[in-house]
Design a protein around this ligand. Structure first.
Ligand code: GLC
Length: 718
């Protein structure tokens, strides 16, 4: 029997409750690690009126639930079980915003592959990931879950993650369905407040927020999750134009649309549905297949059908897509395939090694003006201070998957393991968000005998991610008191202070970045955090991470990003009547792509050939790179374009490529990037892609700071 006929035959046999069960996902009532809010689902699974679960981990539990569905229900349809596998499952990798800063699609894919293997071993068949929301407002807590501020990076990140999660064969025992989320423009919430309304132009949608989702679907993503939010008053969960229109008709997406948590019921709070049947009907009509957690489909659609708000053909179309996905995942062929084999100690150890390598490469060295890093090998005493110096649970960051609260290497543990001969004293000083400053004196006192201080401060893992917005982007609690006291005492003892900043967003702490002798942005690095920090501060590895977001000088600059349009009066400090502030420059404290290394890289001799290119040509961009420093390091080189005169005002910089080159001291190399001229198309006045003749600047350099970029010009020809 063909897959299609198997599905049609099943649909032909299914009762309405069984159909609606396939369109329902609920948290199992089992001993799971997530919140149990739906009570016990076992009876419904046996009755075939629940077809999908979330927040369940453990092959034993999953197989028990699968057995109920497959052996005890009437139609033996296997369950689809999903989990938030955002940056690892049991082994935690750096949070996505940190990993994006590697600018290395190979690694992005590799960590997703490893996470999929771990999740599948737990019986999971769907990851609610990758999160692809372009984010330019650090007040919003969820920027940490995604690839940063740029749509080009978001698109490359999307492709890599989908490939990693789904592998080459979706039915393989270590393959899991990817869910491109949260569709879309969730990162543009009003005032950076989670779940807030979104109102962006159609051009912004097309140019900024949609590209990562288009890339995910082109890469084969089999599911999409609409955002909680509305766009201009139309909630995404009921957005016919964006779901049926853009996704299904224009992008030809035939996969499963699964809502966010309780999102259908929340259409009533949005004020576009008077009751649950109306909410359910709006979602179904928009193309939503699976109702996560609101039970709106099971309880609302029978009434909506009676009222004639929807018809059974729409229900069947959704059931068809869900069954097709379960078939593609191999769940009918073998519902116990995922979790059939447990992982070996060898694979787990290899995964931890990968986690350490990725974490080391994710660390961004923001400042190191006096080259106090790497620490001198002659050092024999260290003070490790701060509330994030020995907090295993916080090293995971938000969305920590099914990982334990312990076992994630802290900075103190990593340093002690890497420097066994050193005297390393530790004091937390203050708690992360406490007002108690009684521990500061003891912490400061460590400076007396130390030859250097590692000061670990920042946010807790719970201060970013979902429902974690902040209106002040400084250090929480009384950490500033601790830092200022340590900096003052360290200066009096002439010892360097290296700050390790853990955060889910760029923190606005110019007093700290200017006062410390070196600052490492560690974001949240996962299970091997402490070893990674030790690798960098000891010089075992050179820092190479870059920031995938612009780092504001002041909150008043937000939203801040490099791809802004020039406007008619671009910033000119010499002319008051131009676009600028009275009190800070427009530029960020650290630009997109910023990150120092232990090398000293110089770029020169930019060559762009040919100098005239038609749409079908490939432009070759070459630049020479020299490491004039005393240590090996890896440089990241970015390729931007700027269309100086076009039918629509174009951003001052558009990212079109990036590449990396590792060089030993005094070594030279050449980076070559090939840019299809078609990539210089843009959306014309009518929002349709155009390729316009004329001069375009090609800019190459280490970050999105035009003063650091080499510039060449190419002529596009019709
Ligand atoms: C949450 C998040 C979403 C997640 C889902 C399931 O509310 O918005 O990203 O995948 O619910 O946990």
């Amino acid at each position: 029997m063909s897959a299609l006929s198997q599905i049609e035959s099943l649909i032909g046999e299914m009762t309405l409750p069984e159909k609606l069960g396939q369109l329902t996902m609920t948290a199992a009532g089992y001993a799971v690690t997530g919140p149990i809010i739906a009570g016990d689902s076992t009876e419904a699974i046996k009755a075939g009126t629940i077809g999908n679960l979330l927040n369940m981990v453990g092959a034993e539990h999953v197989h028990e639930m699968q057995r109920l569905a497959v052996e005890e229900s009437r139609l033996h349809i296997p369950l689809l079980i999903g989990y938030d596998v955002v940056h690892g499952h049991r082994t935690v990798f750096p949070v996505p915003l940190a990993e994006a800063g590697l600018f290395d699609p190979r690694v992005w894919e590799l960590t997703a592959r490893e996470a999929a293997t771990e999740a599948a071993a737990d019986g999971i068949a769907m990851a609610f990931a990758p999160m692809l929301d372009v984010a330019r407002d650090p007040r919003w807590g969820r920027g940490i879950e995604g690839p940063g501020e740029d749509p080009f990076v978001g698109a490359r990140f999307a492709e890599a993650k989908v490939r990693g999660f789904q592998g080459r064969d979706l039915s393989a025992p270590d393959a899991i369905a990817s869910v491109a989320k949260h569709y879309c423009a969730y990162g543009a919430v009003t005032a950076g407040r989670d779940y807030g309304s979104v109102d962006v132009s159609e051009r912004a949608l097309r140019e900024i927020y949609l590209p990562p989702f288009e890339a995910a679907i082109a890469a084969g993503a089999v599911s999409v999750m609409p955002a909680f939010t509305d766009i201009a008053g139309v909630p995404m969960t009921a957005n016919v134009r964006m779901l049926q229109g853009w996704l299904r008709e224009r992008l030809k997406f035939s996969g499963v649309i699964v809502t966010d948590y309780n999102a259908i019921a929340e259409l009533m709070r949005h004020g576009i549905a008077a009751d649950l049947p109306e909410a359910a009907a709006l979602a179904l009509a928009a193309g939503v297949d699976i109702d996560m957690m609101s039970d709106a489909y099971r309880r609302g659609l029978p009434i909506a059908l009676e009222r004639g708000l929807v018809n059974i053909a729409q229900v069947d179309a959704a059931v068809r897509r869900v069954l097709a996905l379960k078939l593609r995942l191999g769940l009918f062929a073998d519902p116990y395939r995922r979790g059939a084999t447990s992982e070996t100690a060898v694979t787990l150890a290899a995964r931890r090694r990968l986690a350490r390598e990725v974490a080391s490469r994710a660390i961004v060295m923001l400042t190191n003006p006096g080259d106090v890093l790497p620490l001198s090998a002659a050092l024999n005493s260290l003070a490790v201070i701060g509330p994030l110096a020995d907090s295993s649970i916080d090293m995971r960051g938000p969305w920590w998957g099914a990982s334990a609260e312990v076992g994630h290497v802290t900075v103190l543990e990593g340093l002690r393991a890497s420097l066994p001969g050193l005297s390393i004293q530790y004091s937390a000083g203050v708690a992360i968000d406490s007002v108690d400053v009684s521990g500061i004196d003891a912490a400061v006192d460590l400076c007396r005998t130390a030859q250097a201080v590692i000061l670990c401060v920042g946010e807790s893992a719970a201060m970013s991610g979902e429902a974690a917005c902040r209106a002040h982007l400084d250090l929480p609690g009384r950490q500033r008191d601790l830092c200022e006291a340590v900096l003052k005492r360290a200066k009096s003892h002439r010892i360097p202070v290296i700050v390790v900043l853990f955060s889910g967003r760029p923190l606005i702490v110019p007093w700290l970045t200017e006062g410390a002798d070196a600052v490492l942005a560690a974001w949240f690095l996962g299970s091997e955090a402490g070893n990674a920090v030790a690798d960098i501060v000891t010089g075992r590895i050179s820092p190479g991470g870059r920031t995938a977001v612009s780092w504001p000088r002041a909150l008043g600059q937000v939203p801040i990003y490099f791809g802004d349009r020039p406007g008619g009066r671009p910033e000119n400090p010499k002319d008051r009547y131009t676009s600028q502030y009275l009190d800070v420059p427009n530029s960020p404290q650290f630009p997109f792509g910023h990150g120092l290394t232990y090398g000293r890289f110089r770029l020169a001799n930019l060559r762009v050939t040919p100098d005239r290119a038609g749409e079908g040509d490939t432009i070759e961009v070459r630049v020479d790179v020299a490491n004039e420093g005393a240590r090996s390091a890896e440089e990241t080189v970015f390729l931007f374009s700027h269309d100086k005169v076009a039918s629509v005002s174009r951003p001052v910089l558009e990212l079109k490529g990036f590449a990396k080159i590792a060089l030993a001291p005094s070594e030279n190399g050449t980076v070559t990037m090939r840019l299809p001229a078609v990539a210089l198309r843009f959306l014309g006045i009518d929002l349709e892609p155009v390729f316009e003749p004329g001069e375009v600047e090609i800019l190459v350099g280490p970050c999105a700071d035009r003063s650091q970029l080499l510039v060449a010009t190419i002529n596009l020809t019709p």
